[in-house]
Design a protein around this ligand. Sequence first.
Ligand SMILES: Cc1cc2nc3c(=O)[nH]c(=O)nc-3n(C[C@H](O)[C@H](O)[C@H](O)COP(=O)(O)OP(=O)(O)OC[C@H]3O[C@@H](n4cnc5c(N)ncnc54)[C@H](O)[C@@H]3O)c2cc1C
Length: 430
Amino acid sequence: MGEEPKQKRKRVMMKKSKHVIIIGGGVIGGFAAYYLLEKGWSVTIVDKERFGQGVSSGNCGLIVPNHILPLNSLSTLTKALKWMLSEDSPLYIKPRLDAGLIKWFCQFARHAHPKAILRSAKGRHALLKSSFELYPTFMKAEKVDCDWDTGGSLHIYRSAKDWNDYRRTNTFLKSYGIEAQALNRKDVLQLVPGLGNGISGGWLYRQTAHLRPERLMSGLQRILLKHGVQILDNCPVQTFQHRNDHATGIVTRDSTLGADAFVLATGAWAPEFEKVLGCSLPIQPGKGYSITMDKPQKFPGIPCFFEEQSMVSTPWPDACRLGGTMEFSGFDSHLNPRRIGALTRGFNGYFHQWHDRGNKEEWCGFRPMTMDGLPFIDRSPRLKNVMIAAGHNMIGLSAAPGTGKLVADIMAGAPPHIEPHPYRIARHHK
Ligand SMILES: Cc1cc2nc3c(=O)[nH]c(=O)nc-3n(C[C@H](O)[C@H](O)[C@H](O)COP(=O)(O)OP(=O)(O)OC[C@H]3O[C@@H](n4cnc5c(N)ncnc54)[C@H](O)[C@@H]3O)c2cc1C
């Protein structure tokens, strides 16, 4: 959009543009708006709270094209059984009878076989690769001030066996053109001084990036407003109005708004619209926590994944963030001090001499978790002019530009820049 040729701009201005309403102002809704504008749509975004303030702001800020494997695996299921009832562990499931959650876990387990994992990996790879290519162009064109850094990331292991076993994953990822470098203990300590004892080794990915997500979201908001997008905050959408197989408007708390087309990008809340859209969207809120603070001395200068704790540390020039944990407790947004404590204790376990400098901001948000690790990017089966783009699991920030561009391609009837088949809604009815 930044460098649009004059000719193209003139053509777009001469045509009366069609109007699309995007429901949900997270990173997925934001990038959908960006690429729909490029195709000449006039865009309105409505959010039940405020644009960019949901899970898209407090996440760890990593753009990770290597995260092509979904969580579904036998080893995750074994770990989950061990961890699930302990409030201190990386995964916690609040004990309760919730038919939707039980069904979701059964579907999750059914997708933990090699064929399903390969299918997910292929779909995730395409979205992640496309997004990793689109991000630099976006950053260059729009000059968003969000601490964009392409310095790589490091996976750190305590267990020598797990570190060694990762060779198999690395061999698998190589077939997708993604390769990590094995680092022994000495190499890891050289890269991240201050790490305590008990480290066996690490895997270094050079082709990853990181940014400050809340700054990306405010930058994106500024760009969209500059290009005429209307953003309506505090505007919860209750349902769609429709005539035959076409949506004609959305019903909000205060009014009804009409448009030619609609995009549902409400992340973990997408299932609220299942009935009117005529499909089931098995998405569960996977609550995660983060702590943002002034950067202490000796904080790792490269984003680190601490594998045994399933947690991440991200450095920025003037702050840093610890994030992780997965909690299935519905939409309970209270900050559980034991889960926050688990994050700091986890980090303290690696950096014995680390002292935080106070001034901390604790946060939690809901990842939109699907049963197979793939998002839904498809038209509603009942209302043909409604696109659904939701369920980006733990990679929404990494996969947002590719998703936004795919939404815009499909809505323009243009050849899609990536194959949309893996993200169709009907896949889970089989
Ligand atoms: C701790 C943590 C760390 C993470 N780290 C990373 C990372 O490093 N890299 C990465 O790629 N991903 C990461 N993620 C995942 C990533 O944050 C999500 O996948 C992504 O932000 C999802 O974006 P979204 O736009 O779909 O959802 P959201 O950001 O939740 O946006 C949905 C929006 O829809 C609005 N909405 C909902 N219902 C309605 C309604 N009825 N009417 C109007 N508006 C509505 C909500 O208010 C919200 O603003 C992390 C997540 C967590 C929790």
